[in-house]
Design a binder for this molecule. Structure first.
Ligand SMILES: Cc1cc2nc3c(=O)[nH]c(=O)nc-3n(C[C@H](O)[C@H](O)[C@H](O)COP(=O)(O)OP(=O)(O)OC[C@H]3O[C@@H](n4cnc5c(N)ncnc54)[C@H](O)[C@@H]3O)c2cc1C
Length: 471
């Protein structure tokens, strides 16, 4: 693993807002007003006279759910890398979330383990924000849209306009504004455009239709089934804010097909409880089924689900992880980038999506700071972003590929087998060795590049711990 990739990743994680950055654009347009779009708008607000977010949902007020983000009822963990980035660029989100009843959970307030074996404490005060996704999005959005040069156009982006090999505008259809609910159409002139339309973004189709290259779409099967419900929080376990249990396999806790269980203490004195199964394993769709499955988990989960139900079970299915390889596309228009799930969307159980979006925003800030020629395709942006996507993909897709190969008994090359064995040792050793646990958490929380796990000192400790754990 190249040292420069590791260093570059860390500089993206730690990026600060610029001081007195020169204005580069008259109007920047961000297509999509969810987490990735909002963070892109925050970065562009330093660089454009005007930033217009084009979003079909009504995001003017706080809503419990919205159709453009169908996953928003599921548990959303904001990993430390994303939380710290958001705090630097949009200060006060964590505090306001806490003021509204969410919790900031340090290691002393977390139960994270395999079955009921807790991970070894790593001595680092990493904090998770335990908050419902709609509230988190509201807190981010309020800060971004309060910026004097950011506005929202309630419309669906329908295509791009070009001139001299660059994007010059975004075609849109307003969301049902006429007397008969007809949709007024128009073009918003823009001299920089961001695709943040999520995993079903149609940007690739538009590029193909308009004579540009379509970035190659890579897919990896990851059939995940989520079931999430909300419960009133009982007075028991007052110190606990986050509980996560992974890979339930010991005989005392028959998993019933549940591979991950997570609970976060969110606003309104509630537990948001999620069960996840792979493939044909679908967690319960009713409260009774969900409670029965929780009863087979470590006892803490029975307690967490013992309160009154405040929201019934909501399920979600996702079939695959996806990434689009923009760096391989030979011909792209200038002044166009993509961010967030529109570029890479992972198995959600790794909790990387929103933090990835934050690091993509860092890539955008760094690219705009670099003096790159904006009349060329944004190749340098996509190269930076590839460092972030590769890192997240290595963790989530790497884990999924290993699981699928093991299930199918697929022969894999010796090098891959060796890496997977090392990863297994690291995961096992993280339960008993503080240094390995720290290195593993830093990567899982997207604070450090996965290459740091293959440091010989960590590998040696992991191998030694594995030897000790051997029955
Ligand atoms: C079940 C599940 C659980 C997850 N858990 C976590 C977690 O624990 N932690 C984490 O960090 N991430 C998690 N994620 C991922 C996370 O939801 C996304 O990564 C995150 O929302 C960032 O997405 P985004 O802004 O790129 O896209 P999205 O949130 O999908 O938003 C896309 C936006 O684009 C808009 N849009 C769509 N079409 C158009 C158009 N034509 N014109 C204009 N706007 C348009 C939509 O209305 C929407 O606002 C989870 C995902 C799922 C599915």
């Amino acid at each position: 693993m190249s040292e420069s990739v590791v260093t570059l990743f860390e500089s993206l994680v730690g990026a600060e807002p610029p001081q007195n950055a020169p204005v580069l654009f008259d109007t920047a347009c961000v297509m999509g007003g969810s987490i990735a779009g909002l963070l892109a708008a925050r970065v562009l607000s330093d660089r454009a006279r005007k930033v217009v977010i084009v979003e079909p949902d009504d995001i003017s007020a706080e809503a419990e759910s919205r159709s453009g983000v169908p996953q928003d009822q599921q548990v959303h963990t904001l990993l430390p890398a994303g939380r710290l980035w958001i705090e630097r660029w949009l200060p006060g989100v964590s505090q306001e979330a806490q003021d509204r009843g969410a919790s900031l959970a340090g290691p002393d307030k977390q139960f994270v383990g395999y079955d009921d074996t807790l991970q070894a404490p790593d001595g680092v005060d990493h904090q998770f924000l335990a908050v419902g996704r709609p509230l988190l999005e509201t807190l981010v959005r309020d800060r971004v849209t309060a910026l004097p040069n950011v506005s929202v156009l309630r419309a669906q982006a329908t295509g791009l306009r070009y001139g001299d090999g660059a994007v010059t505008g975004v075609r849109f259809a307003e969301a049902g504004t006429g007397d008969q609910g007809e949709r007024a159409e128009g073009v918003l002139a823009a001299d920089f455009v961001v695709d943040a339309m999520g995993r079903s973004s149609r940007l690739s189709n538009w590029l193909g239709q308009d004579g540009y290259d379509q970035p190659r779409l890579e897919r990896l099967e990851a059939r995940v089934n989520y079931a999430t419900a909300l419960f009133e929080r009982p007075a028991t376990f007052p110190e606990l804010e986050v509980a996560t249990v992974l890979q339930l396999f010991t005989p005392q806790y028959p998993s019933g097909g549940v591979s991950v269980a997570a609970a976060t203490a969110v606003e309104g004195q509630q537990w948001l409880v999620m069960l996840m199964g792979y493939g044909d394993n679908r967690p319960g769709r009713t409260i009774d089924e969900l409670r029965a499955q929780c009863a087979a988990l470590p006892p803490i989960f029975s307690d967490i689900t013992s309160g009154d139900v405040t929201r019934e079970v909501v399920t979600y299915h996702q079939a695959e992880s996806r990434r689009r390889h923009f760096t391989e596309a030979g011909r792209l228009p200038a002044r166009l980038v993509g961010m967030g799930d529109a570029v890479a969307s992972f198995n959600p159980v790794y909790g990387q999506g929103m933090s990835s979006a934050a690091l993509h925003a860092s890539c955008l800030a760094s690219y705009l700071d670099s003096g790159a020629d904006l009349d060329d395709a944004a190749t340098e942006f996509f190269r930076l972003q590839e460092v972030v996507v590769d890192a997240a993909w290595a963790v989530s897709a790497g884990g999924d590929a290993a699981r699928i190969d093991a299930e199918n008994g697929t022969e894999v090359p010796e090098e891959v087998r060796r890496q997977r064995r090392a990863m297994e040792q690291i995961v096992g050793a993280a339960l008993v060795d503080a240094d390995v646990s720290g290195a593993f958490n830093n990567v899982s929380y997207m604070l450090r590049h996965p290459g740091t796990l293959f440091d010989p000192a960590i590998l040696e400790k992991a191998a030694a711990a594995t030897e000790k754990l051997r029955p």
